[in-house]
Design a binder for this molecule. Structure first.
Ligand code: MG
Length: 265
C-alpha cells in the first residue's frame, strides 16, 4: 500500500515538473518570438529591393507607358480573323472604334498572351432590338477560351450567369453596372492564366477580377474551365493564346475601342 502511495506521489511530482517545464518553454518561445516578430528598430522591416519599374499612367494618348496597344481606332494591324487568320472584316469607324460586322466571324489578336491586365471599352447599339441573349451580345475571350460576357442587359433579362459581366455560364457578376445603351462601357480586367503540369493536368485555375465602369463585378473568381454554351467547362492544357472578340452573329453591332494590355507574366 505504501509502495503504491509512493508511486502516486512520484508521478504527481513528475507531472508538476513537466507542467512547469512546458510553461517555461512556452514563456521562452514567446520571448524568442517577440524578439523576431516585434523588432524595435524600424529599419528591421524595411526592404529596398526589388525596385518596381516606373510606369507613366498617362503615357501617349492617356495609356500606361508600358501597355501594348491592341486597338487605337486606326487599323487592324494587331488583329486577324479568329478562324483562319484572314484579314478582319469588322467596320472601322471614324470615331476611333470598330463595330462587329454581322456574321463576318470572331476576331483575335495575332499576339498571344498569358496573364494580363486588360482595358477595353465597348458599347451596345440602341438600334439593336433583340431580347435576352440576342440583344447586343458579344464577348471578350481571355486566351481564346474564357468569356467575359458583353450584353445589352438594360431592361432585358436573361439567365444571370450569362448576363453582362458574367464569366459565361460560371460566375454571376456582383453588380449590374452598365451605362445607358449606346454609351461607352469600360472593362478593366486582371487575369491570371491557368497552369498545367507535363501530363496536361490543370494544377492551378485561372483567376479573373473585373471592374465594370469602376465597379467590382468579378472578385478574383477561379475560372472552372472553358466557358461553354452547352456542357460543362473543359480543362485541356494550353499555353499562351490570343485575346478574342466575339461576333455573336445576330446583328448585334457591338462596338469596341481603346484596347490595351499590360502583360503580367
Ligand atoms: Mg457573348
Amino acid at each position: 500500500m505504501s509502495r503504491i502511495l509512493a508511486l502516486l506521489i512520484g508521478l504527481s511530482i513528475m507531472s508538476c515538473k513537466q507542467q512547469v517545464k512546458e510553461e517555461h518553454t512556452a514563456f521562452v518561445d514567446q520571448e524568442v518570438k517577440d524578439t523576431i516578430v516585434e523588432p524595435t528598430d524600424p529599419k528591421a522591416t524595411e526592404f529596398y529591393e526589388p525596385v518596381p519599374p516606373t510606369v507613366n499612367p498617362m503615357g501617349k494618348n492617356g495609356i500606361p507607358s508600358d501597355a501594348i496597344v491592341l486597338f487605337d481606332g486606326k487599323h487592324f494591324d494587331h488583329w486577324v480573323h479568329a478562324k483562319d487568320s484572314r484579314p478582319v472584316e469588322w467596320v472601322l469607324n471614324e470615331d476611333g472604334s470598330t463595330t462587329v460586322k454581322d456574321k463576318s466571324g470572331d476576331i483575335k489578336t495575332n499576339q498571344v498572351f498569358g496573364s494580363v491586365q486588360l482595358h477595353i471599352e465597348w458599347r451596345s447599339s440602341p438600334e439593336h432590338k433583340g431580347s435576352g441573349q440576342n440583344r447586343g451580345n458579344s464577348g471578350i475571350f481571355l486566351q481564346e477560351r474564357y468569356e467575359v460576357q458583353v450584353l445589352d442587359n438594360n431592361d432585358n433579362e436573361t439567365y444571370v450567369n450569362g448576363q453582362v459581366g458574367s464569366i459565361y455560364k460560371q460566375s454571376v457578376p456582383l453588380a449590374k453596372a452598365s451605362v445607358a445603351t449606346g454609351e461607352w462601357n469600360v472593362y478593366d480586367i486582371i487575369y491570371h492564366a491557368p497552369e498545367f503540369n507535363s501530363d496536361g493536368e490543370k494544377t492551378k485555375s485561372a483567376t479573373i477580377t473585373v471592374l465594370h465602369n469602376g465597379i467590382l463585378i468579378q472578385d478574383h473568381f477561379e475560372i472552372q474551365g472553358t466557358t461553354e454554351y452547352i456542357g460543362w467547362p473543359k480543362n485541356k492544357s494550353h499555353g499562351k493564346a490570343a485575346l478574342k472578340l466575339q461576333d455573336h452573329g445576330d446583328h448585334s453591332r457591338v462596338s469596341y475601342r481603346n484596347i490595351w494590355v499590360r502583360t503580367l507574366d
